[in-house]
Design a protein around this ligand. Structure first.
Ligand SMILES: *Cc1c(COP(=O)(O)O)cnc(C)c1O
Length: 387
């Protein structure tokens, strides 16, 4: 029997110990709003060096909560990158705010900080950088621009838990109001679906807690309470709560995060050595001050091959590599086109999309898997580098 390998671009790493902890919660009295959520939040905040963490039932609801907590609303604009998952800008649309896309850097796929100023208007309330692939945006530079213009920053760090900027963990929100993470299974640690917002501001923290649960509070009442059962709803919130089942998985996974990131960085080093000076594609290198946690390992096809990306992608899949593409520029989606966005808006992001392929990158990849991936990538590139 021929065993055909299939190495996805990313996947979760769940151990027996993780499973046992979830089972224990299932057998306990609290499977939804129990003690594990607070514990997870506390450990997450401590890990990142942040005062508060609020867990949500997805990275998307965390983004929605963070934008809400900032007071984003109608007639406001947010500046963000088109090289991201649709959730980053969708969450602004949920609040009737307008996304404004600023182009990315060709070498990193991150927001081009030098192009931000020219897009800031009276209406700009927020800049949302995405640490693409786990490689931090230059936050110091961005925060200087934001401060100068009186605009706030929220970091979409769905790719970047465990990454460092200036030697400190992403998530400490030193240069921003809030930072969001996702715990979807392709991300570094998972809770099934899940996410979190980190912040150092008590005011945001309190709004986040309420927004996650229908806008309801059990203190700071406007009216006199009728009795001990009393609660009040102040905002139109949602049911964005995470469960104890998920939180305990997150807690368990968080203990493994440093090991996961270490392995991801080892894999990246091996890839970078194997691909050094190759004639087919470039890889992303870390800028000074930035240490990536490598959610993804993007390769960027050189000009001579980028027109063949479709064929190369299919070939890589046939060779057992579950490659993926990150991302179709958000504003090219039909929904965004209907809002009036047009092709050509961010040419670097469109070119990035033409040349990007994400190759396998996850902590349980073995050295053999890695060798296999490198061989198949070279073999596939050679096939298409004939003419
Ligand atoms: C995954 C992701 C999200 C959304 O997170 P979910 O947990 O899937 O809702 C938001 N932004 C970016 C950049 C992501 O990669």
């Amino acid at each position: 029997m021929i065993v055909i390998k299939f190495l996805p671009y990313g996947k979760q790493d769940i151990g027996e110990d993780d499973i046992q902890k979830v089972v224990n919660v299932l057998k306990s009295d609290f499977i939804t709003q129990g003690p594990k959520i607070g514990e997870f939040e506390e450990n997450l905040a401590k890990y990142c060096g942040s005062k508060y963490a609020v867990a949500f039932n997805s990275g998307t609801s965390a983004l929605h909560g963070a934008y809400f907590a900032m007071g984003l609303g109608k007639n406001d604009e947010i500046i963000t990158s088109p090289n991201t998952f649709v959730a980053t800008s969708n969450a602004a649309l949920y609040l009737n705010a307008k996304p404004v896309f600023v182009d990315v850097e060709s070498k990193t796929g991150n927001l081009d900080v030098s192009k931000v100023s020219e897009k800031i208007t009276e209406k700009t309330k927020l800049i949302v950088p995405v640490h693409y692939s786990g490689n931090p945006v230059d936050l110091k530079e961005l925060s200087e621009i934001a401060e100068d213009k009186g605009v706030k920053i929220i970091e979409d760090a769905a790719h970047a838990i465990g990454a460092k900027y200036n030697g400190e963990k992403i998530g400490n929100s030193r240069y921003s109001e809030m930072t969001i993470f996702s715990f979807h299974p392709v991300k570094h640690i998972t809770t099934g679906e899940g996410g979190a917002v980190l912040t150092n501001e008590q005011e945001y923290y309190e709004r986040l807690l309420m927004f996650r649960s229908h806008g309801i509070t059990k203190n700071n009442y406007i009216n006199q309470p009728d009795g001990d059962w009393y609660y009040e709803m102040h905002y139109l919130g949602h049911n964005y709560r995470i469960t104890d089942l998920q939180a305990v998985l997150g807690l368990s996974q968080l203990n493994k995060l440093d090991r996961f990131v270490k392995r991801r960085r080892e894999i990246a080093r091996t890839y970078n050595e194997a691909f050094e000076n190759n004639p087919y594609f470039d890889t992303i290198s870390e800028k000074k001050r930035c240490q990536s946690s490598y959610h993804l390992f993007p390769i960027l096809l050189k000009d001579k091959l980028k027109d063949k990306k479709r064929e190369i992608f299919t070939k890589l899949r046939k060779e057992g590599l579950g490659v993926q593409v990150h991302y179709i520029p958000v504003y090219l989606q039909p929904f965004y086109k209907n809002l009036g966005f047009q092709k050509g808006l961010c040419p670097v992001s469109e070119d990035f999309y033409q040349k990007e392929i994400s190759i396998p990158m996850y902590p349980s990849m073995t050295d053999n898997d890695l060798k296999y991936a490198i061989e198949k990538i070279y073999k596939s590139m050679k096939t298409f580098d004939q003419d």
